[in-house]
Design a protein around this ligand. Structure first.
Ligand code: NDP
Ligand code: GDR
Length: 374
């Protein structure tokens, strides 16, 4: 018909070749994720990519590359038609970089997952932890608020990664209405970030949600959190690369879920009509000792033959007992965990046994020193 455009395509019919307009593809939704290189950042990015988002992640400059958890989904940005995840240098301690990236990326959704997330380490570096976890969240909220103020018609939904550590010494079950009583610099900083988020919602009408997530683990968990420390050592013990595992308090109880399930709840919070705060938890709690029983038992070993208690891993103040009440998330978000405690343990042990077997090959071939522990 003489009106062909690049978007037109041709359809063969019995009568003729006719030209019809190409279907209009909705523009991709755009997400900005801080903490993208972390455990949750990698699962959330996979989820958002699977839903057709363009995902922009902020990474910190480090002397070594630390994008291992993203390598399997990374596509070189020179392949512009396939590279829907982009990484940019930024830092929660640098307000100017946050505002600049919000202005450039024009996100529809912002997920603030970045944190100095280790509770014990927060006692060693308290100011830094407060700067990144509390003031960092405030900087990002300010970047979003000021961006919106100068871009009429734009809308951004904001997710804040809150933590069950905020409940600290308040006994379980813990729900959205349970008072906070933080027991570490990390937890106190997360409480500040929680209230900054509530305040920006109330003061400026920002669509901002707090996810109060209980512990969630996976084969991608950082190696100095207790579950992964156990499964990593267990794999190495099983193949003969080490014999001892040094741990602290075994009687603390945690509500442990699977990280892959929990990022789904984050996304669902931002798809609601109204912003709100939600507890995300399995509602089942186990002690560290029970985690040892389940993991060592799975490989037919007795943890008592290997675990040595080391005072160094006790904390100045402990959180004894966490068990969430996630009734609201289940009712409003239609969310529930798919992976239970035993399956989570098996998933982590299976992976870390495989990893240990590969390490063993390198050790046997003389490429690695067995004393080099993770
Ligand atoms: P990780 O420790 O695995 O990841 C933390 C991420 O934050 C990493 O990408 C890290 O980058 C980044 N980061 C640290 N400091 C800065 C900074 N100054 N500027 C920018 N980025 C920074 O944590 P998880 O994935 O386990 O947790 C995600 C979030 O959820 C965290 O905020 C955590 O506190 C919170 N949370 C986690 C729970 C859990 O059980 N996993 C439960 C409840 C809350 P790098 O790779 O360079 O270190
Ligand atoms: P947590 O996780 O402090 O709950 O914070 P972690 O796995 O570090 O500790 C859980 C419990 O295990 C005890 N423990 C040990 N912990 C570590 N790391 N190393 C040990 O050797 C050891 N021995 C015993 C601890 O004392 C504690 O009671 C995690 C983090 O992901 C936070 O960012 C998140 O906010 C909370 O979960 C919810």
């Amino acid at each position: 018909n003489g009106n062909h455009t690049d978007n037109d395509y041709e359809v063969a019919t019995e009568q003729s070749i006719i030209s019809v307009p190409a279907p209009i593809r909705p523009p991709r939704r755009v997400a900005l994720v801080t903490g993208i290189t972390g455990q949750d950042g990698s699962y959330l990015t996979e989820l958002l990519l699977s839903k057709g988002y363009e995902v922009h992640g902020l990474i910190r400059r480090s002397s070594n590359f630390n994008t291992q958890r993203l390598d399997h989904i990374y596509v070189d940005p020179h392949h512009a038609d396939k590279a829907f995840m982009r990484l940019h240098y930024g830092d929660l301690s640098d307000a100017s970089s946050l505002r600049r990236w919000v202005d450039e990326i024009l996100p529809d959704e912002v997920y603030n997952l970045a944190a100095q997330s280790h509770v014990a380490v927060s006692f060693e570096v308290p100011d830094y932890t407060a700067d990144v976890v509390a003031t960092g969240a405030l900087r990002l909220l300010e970047a979003v608020r000021t961006h919106l103020a100068s871009h009429p018609g734009r809308a951004i939904r904001y997710y804040q990664a809150g933590s069950s550590e905020m409940y600290g010494s308040t006994p379980p079950p813990q729900s959205e209405t349970t008072p906070f009583h933080p027991r570490s610099p990390y937890a106190a900083a997360k409480c500040a970030a929680h209230w900054y988020t509530v305040n920006y919602r109330e003061a400026y009408g920002l669509f901002a949600c707090n996810g109060i997530l209980f512990n969630h683990e996976s084969p991608r968990r950082g190696e100095n959190f207790v579950t992964r420390k156990i499964t990593r050592a267990l794999g190495r013990i099983r193949v003969g690369l080490q014999s001892k595992l040094f741990l602290g308090n075994l009687s603390a109880s945690r509500d442990w879920g699977f990280a892959g399930d929990y990022v789904e709840a984050m996304w669902r919070m931002l798809q609601q009509e109204q912003p709100d705060d939600y507890v995300v938890a399995t509602e089942e709690s186990h002690t560290v000792e029970e985690f040892l029983d389940a993991s060592f038992g799975y490989l037919g070993l007795d943890w008592k033959d290997h675990v040595v208690i080391d005072k160094r891993y006790f904390r100045p103040a402990e959180v004894d007992n966490l068990r969430g009440d996630s009734t609201k998330a289940r009712r409003v978000l239609g969310w529930k965990p798919k992976v239970g405690f035993q399956e989570l343990v098996r998933m982590m042990v299976d992976q870390d046994l495989e990893l240990a077997k590969r390490e063993k090959v390198l050790v046997d071939a003389g490429f690695k020193d067995p004393k080099q522990q993770p």
